[in-house]
Ligand binder design. Structure first.
Ligand SMILES: Nc1nc2c(ncn2[C@@H]2O[C@H](COP(=O)(O)OP(=O)(O)OP(=O)(O)O)[C@@H](O)[C@H]2O)c(=O)[nH]1
Ligand SMILES: [Mg+2]
Length: 251
């Protein structure tokens, strides 16, 4: 699969080592919808090897009923959609700075909200944000106050993560790059259907009478007027919509 940040991409180890080595503290951002799945244990290993301190921030808590992650003094759960999180997060980081002033690297899977968190801490838009994984390309240092210099970094998928469906379900690959978007969309829809069809019906203004995800993609395509030659609904295009909406937290 074509993904700059997967292993095999020659710059991967070098880039992540440089980021970690240049920091005094590393903050790993996880997605509350799949905190263990978005942990990058490869990055965590580099952090340990470099004798740097590691903090964990579980973000996007607004998208789940409860966060399934163990509490600890080195972990903080937030939603960066909530303005109050700025003060909570700043206090959390300040309480754990190994020295002042300190360079703090924000790392994590693509699309987990690294740039959003940096903007939240800064109090205004300094880092570019998009619901597109792989949005941040270069690394960027941003000063928060006299004590903290933050480093935004591109999302990194660990080298052991090889399954495209798993990567896509974590929001870490752009919908257009997914080889089999229908397979991924089926998994997303099946996951949501466990809690009933209401969320899907509301998001797409459709009536779901079948639990067959392919049938639901047909309904979404029809509703949106995505019709192929021969009047067949364009389920591939509907699947990409479902993947993007999942990334945005809409479903
Ligand atoms: N609902 C919700 N959405 C969030 C939250 N934090 C970030 N987002 C959204 O998640 C998407 C990705 O955010 P970014 O900050 O660009 O993510 P990133 O980790 O910098 O992504 P890359 O640069 O691609 O690695 C954007 O659409 C954000 O608005 C949150 O706490 N809750
Ligand atoms: Mg970013």
């Amino acid at each position: 699969m074509k993904n700059r940040f997967l292993a095999g991409s020659s710059g991967f180890r070098y880039r992540i080592r440089r980021i970690i080595e240049s920091a005094d503290l590393v903050v790993e951002i996880l997605d509350a919808r799949d905190p263990f799945g978005t942990k990058n244990t490869e990055v965590e290993k580099f952090v340990r090897m470099s004798h740097k301190r590691l903090l964990t921030v579980v973000n996007k808590a607004d998208l789940v009923g409860g966060v399934d992650y163990p509490e600890s003094s080195k972990t903080c759960v937030i939603s960066s959609k909530n303005r109050k999180s700025a003060a909570i997060l700043k206090d959390f980081i300040k309480a754990n700075l190994p020295k002042t002033p300190a360079r703090v690297a924000i790392v994590g899977y693509p699309n987990v909200g690294k740039s959003t968190i940096i903007n939240l801490l800064k109090g205004r838009k300094s880092a570019s944000v998009a619901p597109i994984p792989g949005h941040t390309r270069g690394v960027q240092w941003i000063r928060i106050d006299e004590d903290i210099l933050l480093l935004d970094s591109p999302g990194i998928v660990p080298s052991y993560e090889r399954d495209e469906v798993s990567i896509a379900l974590k929001g870490a690959i752009e919908a257009d790059q997914v080889k089999d978007p229908e397979h991924v969309a089926h998994e997303i829809l099946e996951g949501i259907l466990h809690a009933g069809p209401a969320k899907i019906e509301k998001a797409y203004d459709i009536k779901v009478s079948s639990r067959d995800p392919h049938e639901i993609l047909r309904l979404i395509a029809l509703r949106r007027g995505r019709i192929l030659k021969g009047r067949e609904p364009d389920t591939r295009s509907a699947a990409k919509t479902v993947i993007r909406d999942r990334y945005k937290g809409k479903i």
